[in-house]
Write a protein that binds this ligand. Structure first.
Ligand code: SAH
Length: 377
């Protein structure tokens, strides 16, 4: 007779299991957890309010939840999983945010002020380091440390809102990492960022940028996440592209462009094509012509990014006359082509400059570090 009572009072297993990360849960999952705790439905709304409107950093701040519930949640859950370690700003108001993850890993986000409004673009990371090994990119020198979990991706946005006191105009996955090589966590994070009960961003304000992981592009297109796609092209010829981007050895341009053609777009929506200009390497006008030919018929706009130079990167930025001529050639071929002067160069917050000091330096040529069998899945 006494046995069930003993079981009932036996202590909970020691909490060596990793805590549940609340900002990595969809509203649906949170509701299921609240129900499992025997709590009424409205508790979910209260939780969501604290997590995404007030943006508290801990459970004890959720003052309209009973002490008992806060304690119960506290045993299994965690609110903030990122801690701001350092913020660096430049004169133009670009802010680089260095976050420390709970395992000690460091990642960066970049908050760029829009000159015409008080709304900002936030550039977020999807991995600690990156597996792709693009030869012109500083993050690549870190190699891949690990994938970011959904909560770590979502919190880059929510904590940047908390810090800056503003909503983001746009969110771009153009920080550290290859988002489509971390598909499950990135798509879960996008679900949470776009859920009106959670962060509530329109998917049209979110852009996922890929170096050309073809199956990932197809998966994203089929996912109903409805976000914008950016593709880092950087060269219109396979040979040249393979030299610059090891991922191009895995997926050739014909496959990449076919995937771009298949990507579902809403009326008026365009794919962003990024093209980092490297002096004497991919900045010849004939390559602008080849790019124009390659992209013919794809609803796209082209962003030309003059290289951000960095120590250890064996390329130079072309002069502005070359950049302008390249742009002009694409425009003459009928493309919307823009020159993107990366913001935040002097604080190393610009495209391809994100690498935590401790992490940079180890150069990895790493198409082989993509998960084996990731081709075609
Ligand atoms: N892995 C994804 C997301 C990172 S986005 C991708 O490749 O798209 C980073 C963008 O910055 C890419 O378009 C990349 O081509 C560009 N980039 C990388 N290194 C750069 C550098 N040193 N200067 C300018 N742009 C760079």
């Amino acid at each position: 007779m006494a046995e069930p009572a003993i079981q009932e009072h036996s202590p909970a297993p020691p909490a060596q299991s990793t805590p549940i990360e609340l900002r990595g849960m969809t509203a649906e999952l949170l509701a299921a957890m609240v129900a499992e705790l025997g709590q009424p439905r409205y508790r979910t709304d209260q939780l969501l309010h604290w997590l995404y409107k007030v943006r508290v950093d801990r459970l004890s701040a959720m003052t309209n939840l009973s002490l008992k519930l806060r304690a119960e949640l506290g045993e299994r859950c965690q609110v903030d999983v990122l801690a701001l370690e350092r913020e660096t700003a430049d004169a133009a108001g670009t802010r680089k945010l260095l976050w420390r993850c709970s395992d000690g890993a460091a990642i960066e986000s970049v908050l760029m002020a829009q000159s015409d409004a008080d709304r900002s673009t936030l550039c977020i990371s999807s991995q600690v380091g990156c597996p792709l090994g693009c030869t012109f990119c500083l993050t690549a020198t870190m190699g891949l440390r690990r994938h970011l979990r959904a909560a770590e991706i979502v919190e880059q946005v929510v904590l940047a809102e908390r810090l800056s006191g503003e909503r983001m105009q746009t969110i771009v996955f153009m920080g550290m990492g290859e988002p489509l090589a971390n598909f499950d966590n990135v798509s879960r994070a996008i679900e949470i960022l776009t859920d009106t009960h959670c962060a509530g961003y329109s998917p049209r304000r979110i852009t996922v940028s890929t170096a050309g992981v073809v199956p990932g592009i197809d998966k994203l297109g089929a996912s109903m996440l409805d976000v914008n796609l950016a593709v880092s092209l950087n060269a219109p010829l396979d040979d040249l592209r393979r030299e610059l981007m090891p991922i191009a050895r895995r997926y050739e341009l014909a496959e990449l462009v076919a995937a771009m053609r298949r990507y579902p777009l809403k009326p008026g929506q365009r794919i962003t094509v990024e093209y980092v200009l490297l002096a004497g390497v991919n900045d010849e006008l004939s390559l602008a012509d080849q790019t124009a030919r390659l992209l013919r018929g794809i609803a796209c706009k082209i962003n030309l990014i003059p290289l951000n130079e960095a120590e250890g990167i064996p390329f130079r930025r072309p002069g502005s006359a070359v950049v302008l001529a390249f742009q002009e050639r694409l425009r003459a071929a009928g493309y919307h082509a823009f020159i993107r002067e990366s913001k935040g160069r002097e604080i190393r917050a610009a495209c391809g400059q994100l690498a935590t000091e401790a992490g940079a330096g180890r150069r990895v040529i790493a198409a082989s570090m993509l998960a084996p069998g990731s081709r075609g899945d």
